[in-house]
Design a protein around this ligand. Structure first.
Ligand SMILES: Nc1ncnc2c1ncn2[C@@H]1O[C@H](COP(=O)(O)OP(=O)(O)OP(=O)(O)O)[C@@H](O)[C@H]1O
Ligand SMILES: [Mg+2]
Length: 370
C-alpha cells in the first residue's frame, strides 16, 4: 500500500543526510532541501519555478504539462537551487485524490479495518477499487482526545463507533509522478498528499480545531484540523489564477499584465480601486464557500474554530490577511514554515514572506528528518 499518510507530528527516518521535498503545483514547482544537525532542521536551499514558460505561457498560468516537460522543469529548478541530494518526498495534489470520512459501527482493530475499509470505501470511489491506492487513519473521538495524554486512544467506548479518514489516490497519478522523477534521477522516499505536508510545516502542536487555507493557482484547499488530524477536507474550485483571468477579462488586458496588477494592487483600494474591486469579488467567492464549510463544521460538532492559517501563493495577495480576518471573523495568520528551520538571520524577512508558498515542499523535507 502506498504510504500516503504519515505521522504529522514526527515520524520518518533520520539518516543524517540531506532531505528534499518537491511540490509540483499546477502553476509552479517548489523545492526545499534541509539537513539535520544537533537535532535541528537546517535550511540548505530552496527555490521555485513557474511552469508557464515551459509551455510557452506566462508566469502564474495553470499548466498541464507532459511528463518530459515536467521533468525538464524539475531538473532546471534543482540545478538553479543547487540541491545535492537525490532522495525526495513528493506531494500529491489534493485534486488528484479523494478524501472522505467513513463511520463504522463498533470499536475496530487495525486488523479488522484492513478488510473493512476497502470494502466500505468502494461506495465513495467512482472508479474500480483496483485503480486506486488507499490509505486511512483513525480519527480520535474527542472525548478521549480532549486529554492530550490519551491521544492514542482512538475510540470512544461510549459511542461504540469508529471514524476513519480515508484517502484514495488514482494509481495513474502516482505512476505519472514516478515517471517525472525517474527522468530526473531522483529517488522517491515517499508520496504524500499535499495537505499533510502543509500541516506538518505550518502547525505547532495545536489541539483545538484550526483551519488551514491553501490558495494555489488553480484551487483553494480548506482543511479543518483537530489534534493534528484532518477532520474536514474541502476543495474550492477557484484559485489565484482565476483572479488574474478576471482582471484580464474585465480590463481587456493581457494575462501577464493582469498578473502584475494582481500582485501589485491586490485588495488595496488606495492603490487601484478598479483592480482591487475585481480581486475582492473573486476573493469573496472563495471566502464565502470557505465560511460555509467552517460554519457547518462548527454547527455539527458544536464547537468554535478560533484560528485560520494561510498558505499558498494566492494567500500572498496584498491586503488578504486583513480581508480574510474580517471575513472569517477570527484570528488569521500566515503559515511560517521556515520558522521550523535554522537559516541565516539576514534571510528571515524574505523567508517569512515567501514561506506560505513553500509550506508543502518544506513539510515533505521535514518528514524525512524529524
Ligand atoms: N504576491 C502575490 N500576490 C498575489 N498572488 C500571488 C503572489 N505570488 C503568487 N501569487 C499567485 O499564487 C499562485 C501560485 O501559488 P502556488 O505556487 O501556491 O500555486 P500552485 O501550487 O502552483 O497551484 P495549486 O496548488 O492550485 O496546484 C499564482 O496564481 C500566483 O499568481
Ligand atoms: Mg499548490
Amino acid at each position: 500500500m502506498a504510504n500516503i499518510f504519515s505521522t504529522i507530528f514526527g515520524g520518518g527516518s533520520s539518516s543524517g543526510e540531506s532531505a528534499l521535498g518537491i511540490d509540483i503545483g499546477s502553476s509552479s514547482i517548489k523545492v526545499v532541501q534541509l539537513t539535520k544537525k544537533g537535532g535541528k532542521a537546517i535550511l540548505e536551499t530552496y527555490g521555485s519555478l513557474a511552469l508557464g514558460t515551459y509551455g510557452g505561457q506566462e508566469v502564474g498560468r495553470v499548466m498541464n504539462l507532459k511528463t518530459e516537460e515536467l521533468s525538464k522543469a524539475t531538473l532546471d529548478l534543482l540545478k538553479e537551487a543547487s540541491t545535492t541530494t537525490h532522495l525526495t518526498g513528493m506531494a500529491i495534489p489534493s485534486s488528484s485524490s479523494l478524501v472522505f470520512t467513513i463511520t463504522l459501527p463498533g470499536i475496530l482493530s487495525e486488523e479488522q479495518l484492513k478488510s473493512i475499509v476497502p470494502n466500505e470505501a468502494r461506495k465513495y470511489i467512482p472508479v474500480p477499487i483496483t485503480e486506486v491506492s488507499l490509505d486511512w487513519s483513525l480519527i480520535p473521538q474527542q472525548a478521549k482526545a480532549d486529554q492530550p495524554d490519551n491521544r492514542m486512544q482512538v475510540v470512544d467506548d461510549v459511542e461504540q463507533k469508529t471514524d476513519v479518514l480515508v484517502v484514495a489516490i488514482h494509481n495513474e497519478t502516482v505512476a505519472r509522478y514516478k515517471e517525472v522523477l525517474e527522468k530526473t534521477e531522483l529517488e522517491t522516499a515517499f508520496f504524500e498528499m499535499e495537505v499533510f505536508s502543509a500541516i506538518r510545516s505550518t502547525f505547532s502542536r495545536e489541539f483545538a480545531p484550526v483551519i488551514l487555507l491553501d490558495m494555489g493557482a488553480s484551487k483553494t484547499k480548506l482543511s479543518i484540523v483537530e489534534y493534528g488530524i484532518v477532520r474536514v477536507f474541502h476543495i474550492i474550485n477557484r484559485g489565484s489564477q482565476d483572479i488574474t483571468l478576471n482582471i484580464s477579462q474585465s480590463l481587456s488586458i493581457p494575462f501577464a499584465e493582469a498578473e502584475l496588477r494582481k500582485r501589485n494592487v491586490g485588495l488595496e483600494e488606495n492603490l487601484d480601486k478598479q483592480v482591487a474591486g475585481i480581486v475582492k469579488l473573486s476573493m469573496d467567492y472563495i471566502l464565502t464557500e470557505a465560511n460555509t464549510v467552517v460554519l457547518a463544521y462548527e454547527k455539527k460538532y458544536n464547537k468554535a474554530i478560533s484560528k485560520v492559517i494561510l498558505c499558498g501563493g494566492g494567500a500572498r495577495t496584498l491586503g488578504f490577511l486583513k480581508y480574510a480576518t474580517i471575513s472569517f471573523n477570527r484570528e488569521v495568520a500566515y503559515g511560517n514554515p521556515f520558522s521550523k528551520t535554522e537559516a541565516p538571520a539576514f534571510l528571515s524577512p524574505v523567508l517569512e514572506t515567501s514561506g506560505p508558498e513553500f509550506a508543502i515542499a518544506l513539510g515533505l523535507a521535514l518528514r524525512q528528518i524529524s
